[in-house]
Design a protein. Structure first.
Ligand code: FES
Ligand SMILES: [Fe+2]
Length: 427
């Protein structure tokens, strides 16, 4: 449903592409704080939108996010020594601070001022809620940090995950805008579609979702993206609305009912064929309990979170092992024979055609693909304006991100959902 040229435009985010330049106007998740846990800890490799970087935390606790290769003869700084306020290349000892300044150059004489003429790429980094974000755009733009509600919640109210997908960011993100797959791909056979939970109780929202797999959708554009209202009428004057947020350029937020834990994902291009999924489960009202975390990760066969290979951010059930599909399970227990919501999603989105970048010119979209069409439309529009010299507004206005996804019962009387649910949506 897109032309090949449009597909190319939306899916390529390296530095020399239009979308790559556009994305670099926004603060983007780069790694987790836990990857660089303490001052002078070992440096870690970061690949972001096709750029190879190195992340460090110096002796003063400042984060460095720098070009991965030494300015002398390009040795990989991953092997470097994180010393007193600087990362030292082990080949000839050039040392760089977190701003990329060369602070020591043992191969030159004391008198030489060569080191003052050398500068390594270094991007500003900021840390919120256990995520280190990077700004890789022009230095002089007045960009603002996206003011997500979870940024400043107490630690106990926030649970963070990260894992890799072997496909382009766009189809990964589109998977979260695709509300109508939920009652199909993630269906359980044995329980009439509902997730078996630890206590044997299924939540009311999910019961609504499974009972009516074909909701009606309404979309409301906002300055920072759009909201999707998925409506399931209850037949008694009330309707169950699941209101999802999409925020430029790579954020999706999945609702729960008020008081329950909400979910944010960012679909961050590692490069054009790999994506980091950053997930924050957060509760604005109360701490997240240990039981909840257990359920996110372990409920029956369908944990909402991905299971990573220990010590990595790579999923156990992945493309190389066909997500450990079990055909007997598929015959008797769940729709896919694959364990875990995220693995089921990964099986779908990593296998949309033979290549890791889906060919959208070959698709045949249906009426329930409205949100996907809208995201593409908004991104294409944004890229067009950006090409004409317009800086993206959401990158300049952090408070456009003060949005909450929510699932609520509203009066079924024709009032637009965003009016009916306003008090729940804006924070
Ligand atoms: S390559 Fe790094 S100091 Fe020579
Ligand atoms: Fe899904």
């Amino acid at each position: 449903m897109l032309s090949a040229a449009e597909n190319e435009l939306l899916t390529r985010t390296d530095q020399d592409t239009l979308a790559g330049q556009y994305f670099r106007r926004f603060w983007m998740p780069a790694l987790l704080s836990e990857e660089i846990p303490s001052p002078d800890c070992p440096p870690v490799r970061v690949r972001l939108m096709g750029e190879n970087l190195i992340a460090t935390r110096d002796s003063s606790g400042r984060i460095g996010l720098m070009g991965a290769y030494c300015m002398h003869r390009q040795m990989d700084l991953f092997f470097g020594r994180n010393e007193e306020n600087g990362l030292r290349c082990v080949y000839h000892g050039w040392k760089f601070d977190v701003e990329g300044n060369c602070v020591d150059m043992p191969t030159e004489t004391e008198a030489s001022n060569y080191k003052h003429r050398i500068k390594l790429t270094a991007y500003p980094a900021r840390e919120f809620a256990g995520i280190v974000w990077a700004y890789m755009g022009p230095k002089d733009l007045p960009v603002e940090f996206p003011d997500f509600e979870f940024n400043n919640l107490p630690k106990e109210n926030v649970y963070i995950r990260k894992s890799m997908l072997e496909c382009n960011y766009l189809q990964a993100m589109e998977g979260n805008l695709d509300s109508s797959h939920v009652g199909i791909l993630h269906r359980f056979l044995a329980t009439g579609g509902l997730t078996p939970t630890v206590g044997g109780v299924t939540d009311i929202g999910e019961a609504q979702t499974v009972r009516d797999v074909v909701p009606s959708f309404e979309i409301k554009d906002t300055a920072g993206g759009f909201m999707i209202g998925a409506k399931r009428a209850r037949g008694d004057g009330k309707a169950y609305w699941r209101i999802t947020q999409w925020l430029l350029p790579v954020h999706t937020m999945i609702p729960s009912e008020p008081g329950e834990t909400l979910l944010w994902d960012a679909w961050v291009p590692i490069d054009d064929t790999h994506t980091w999924v950053y997930r924050v489960q957060y509760n604005p009202w109360r701490p997240i309990s240990a039981k909840e975390i257990f359920e996110f990760n372990n409920v029956g066969l369908m944990p909402i979170n991905v299971e990573n290979i220990p010590g990595t951010y790579l999923p156990v059930r992945n493309r190389s092992n066909n997500y450990q599909i079990d055909r007997e399970l598929q015959r008797t227990y769940n729709f896919t024979g694959i364990k875990g919501n995220n693995a089921q999603d990964a099986a779908a989105i990593e296998n949309q055609g033979p290549t890791p970048i889906a060919d959208r010119a070959k698709e045949n979209l249906g009426s329930r693909d409205l949100a996907i069409m809208q995201a593409r439309k908004r991104l294409l529009q944004a890229l067009k304006e950006f090409k004409d010299g317009v800086e993206p507004l959401p990158a300049l206005k952090g408070d456009l991100y003060k949005m909450r996804p929510i699932a609520v019962f509203l009066d079924d009387n024709g009032t637009p959902f965003y009016d009916g649910a306003k008090e729940h949506i804006f924070v």
